[in-house]
Design a protein around this ligand. Structure first.
Ligand SMILES: Nc1nc2c(c(=O)[nH]1)N[C@H]1C(S)=C(S)[C@@H](COP(=O)(O)O)O[C@H]1N2
Ligand SMILES: [Mo]
Length: 446
């Protein structure tokens, strides 16, 4: 199985210098940490002071004494024209599909390699993809958006019309409702890319939906919902409550400073902060204001939760507070005892993450993690925690709490209410087991 998921680490024990582009960034990071760890084992005091001292001495690493070729030769010329690409050494950091997950590649998923990312922004080329009927690179000149239904004046907008309007840029996460879905019944997948990789976080630019609805004279007395429809063959349609539509929903054309990528909805997509990915309709072509739910196929038979009593829970669109440790995580190997920076991401569809606690003993004891940077509503937050690994078995967990006071549940708590037959909306605490060998695996603790 490990071979099939070649995006993640096996038992890599090479030093970073020997790392001939064959494997991914985590090996380099973990090797670096192992080096820091040796300093700690040498009795250098606190974990961080030890790490700092380890970096100061040249004796341990003769590579610094040899001037490499690239310090003595002319580098490559600037390109007269070009779009930049990542280093060739990072070639293994890729979106990956899960073999056998879907029958056809047009109705499938590719997962974001969370184990190799830093901070909170997902590079656009690594944004996860979920298509119900394949993607298109639509000509923006012929694309149209119609706003109709309970409005004073129905309108059809061209891309030029839309991009002339007052715009906003906001950072938000998008998480597919099915993210972590395979883990409902049992441990199913080996790495964080596959267990949690249907989440990405970007800066989106577009016009607020409230601006468009105001322009069309939306009937706020009779209107209750907005139907959004995409222009691909899947006929993707979702209902959004009008009060949400008038709040922070955007009609976006840009992601991370450039026009949307075709896989992510070029030239226009809906951004519905805090709500599951399926409502973020791509290739957006139609918005209709109605006075009752539309009950489309994508909301009545898909993206619903099968409860233990056999009933289906519908319209559970909000993504509850959740977090996951991305490093160390499943498939990686700690190459030695000592200092590690436990790092991960946390988010809440209800607002801001307030706090993240981390346990290294399977949830018996918790320490509060450091939150990195500004905490934004309905966006990813990055947390870090210093850890000195003593070489003994450990179970790493993170537990996020949002500003409504909601606490991310244990998988057992979630199952007590929701059973094991759900696909969607699994926001349970994730456990990573560290073996004495340093190998990290996906486990579930009671
Ligand atoms: N038009 C259209 N919009 C769509 C979909 C689709 O197949 N077609 N998939 C939805 C689902 S289920 C998800 S999770 C998100 C995924 O967005 P992404 O591909 O940009 O990650 O898009 C949503 N919007
Ligand atoms: Mo989705």
């Amino acid at each position: 199985m490990a071979d099939a998921f070649h995006g993640t680490l096996g038992r890599l024990r090479q030093a970073p210098e020997n790392f001939l582009g064959a494997d991914d960034i985590d090996a380099a990071r973990l090797a670096r940490r192992a080096f820091m760890g040796k300093a700690l084992a040498m009795g250098a005091g606190s974990a961080l002071a030890g790490a700092a001292r380890a970096g100061a001495g040249a004796e341990g690493d003769p590579a610094i004494l040899t001037l490499p070729e690239h310090s003595k030769t002319l580098g490559k010329p600037v390109a007269a024209l070009g779009y930049g690409l990542p280093s060739t050494w990072e070639a293994n950091l890729q979106r990956r599909a899960s073999p056998g997950l879907t029958r056809v590649p047009q109705s499938s998923v590719s997962f974001t390699p969370l184990q190799g990312l830093f901070g909170i922004i997902t590079p656009s080329g690594l944004h996860f993809e979920r298509h119900h009927q394949g993607w298109h690179d639509i000509d923006p000149r012929s694309h149209r958006l119609m706003v109709h239904g309970l409005v004073g004046q129905a309108r059809v907008f061209t891309m030029d019309d839309l991009m002339r309007l007052p715009s906003v840029s906001r950072i938000h996460f998008i998480e597919c409702g099915a993210n972590t879905g395979a883990e409902w019944a049992r441990v199913a997948l080996p790495t964080v890319q596959y267990t949690h990789g249907m989440i990405s976080c970007s800066e989106f630019t577009g016009v607020l939906l409230s601006t468009l609805l105001d322009m069309c004279g939306v009937d706020l007395k009779r209107g209750k919902v907005v139907l959004a429809e995409g222009a691909d063959g899947s006929g993707m349609t979702r209902t959004i409550a009008l009060d949400r539509a008038m709040d922070d929903v955007m009609v976006a054309w840009a992601m991370n400073g450039e026009m949307l990528r075709p896989e992510n909805g070029y030239p226009l997509r809906l951004v519905v902060p805090g709500v599951q990915g399926v409502s973020w309709v791509k290739y957006l072509r139609r918005l209709k204001v109605g006075d009752q739910r539309f009950d489309t196929k994508d909301e009545t038979i898909h993206y619903i939760d099968l409860m233990p009593d056999g009933q289906h829970r519908q319209y559970t669109s909000l993504q509850e507070c959740k977090s996951v440790i991305t490093s160390p995580s499943g498939g990686q190997t700690l190459l030695g005892k000592g200092y590690f920076n436990i790092s991960g991401i946390a988010w809440s569809g209800r607002g801001k993450v307030k706090r993240v606690d981390v346990s290294v003993d399977g949830g018996r004891n918790w320490r509060t993690a450091r939150m990195d940077g500004v905490l934004l509503p309905k966006a990813l937050a990055r947390f870090n925690l210093d850890w000195a690994w003593n070489g003994e078995p450990a179970i790493l967990q993170s537990r996020a709490i949002d500003d409504t006071g909601y606490v991310q549940p244990q998988i057992a708590q979630l199952r007590a209410v929701r059973g094991t037959r759900s696909i969607y909306h699994n926001n349970a605490i994730q456990s990573w087991q560290v073996a004495p060998s340093g190998e990290v695996t996906n486990v579930q603790v009671a």
